[in-house]
Design a protein around this ligand. Sequence first.
Ligand code: C5P
Length: 226
Amino acid sequence: MNKADTSSFTVVIAIDGPAASGKSTVARALAARLGYRFLNSGDLYRAITWNCLSQDVDCRNVGAVASAVGNSHVEIGCDGTDYYPVVDGADPRAHLREQVVNANVSPVSAVPAVRYILSAAIRVHAQGRQTVVEGRDIGSAVFPETPYKFYIDAPAQVRQRRRRDQGQTEEIAKRDFIDSTRSTDPLTIAPGATVIDTSTLDVEGVVAAMVEKICAQGLVFDRTRR
Ligand code: C5P
């Protein structure tokens, strides 16, 4: 494969996986290593959920959620190297990991209008840039054309223990079930994705495996970055 200078092209490294698989941590570390942007798409879905809850929208009512998201304005703000959701001018970051958001984010994310609007915002954000994007459908639906796809996983009990160690009581299996069985853009291993089990690897080990893979695929980047 020809080596390409990617400095002015769109390059997306897609990282998908279930809840608490460790993908945010490795995606952030990989982006820092490559000098790429990092986008946590789950935060966008959480922000829309928080916005619905703030307006007393019934998050189990598909029509009500679709109407609320259609009437809201979602942007991606920048804070130094951090990209974060802005909904109707508000910065919801302080609320994104609240229990009520955990409990409602998967039903909201299953609404096709929500996925349509957020997938479009993510594509615009990545256009002409080099970005590591993590989520559930990044390699399968948002950027199916990218050659750089990973699926990060760990056994369910390992992932549930990680959540407990973070002080969270959430039952992640419920979210995983809704996310992987919804009809629009479900969580799945994208064709061509490299699957990495994080249960026995530390962050450095996962990032090293990813760097090795994308280098073998011909991606050029500044190797002196740590
Ligand atoms: O990544 P995180 O666990 O914060 O994602 C929260 C939720 O957002 C997921 O459980 C899923 O319902 C939704 N999500 C999604 N598609 C994405 C990213 C997240 O449906 N690309």
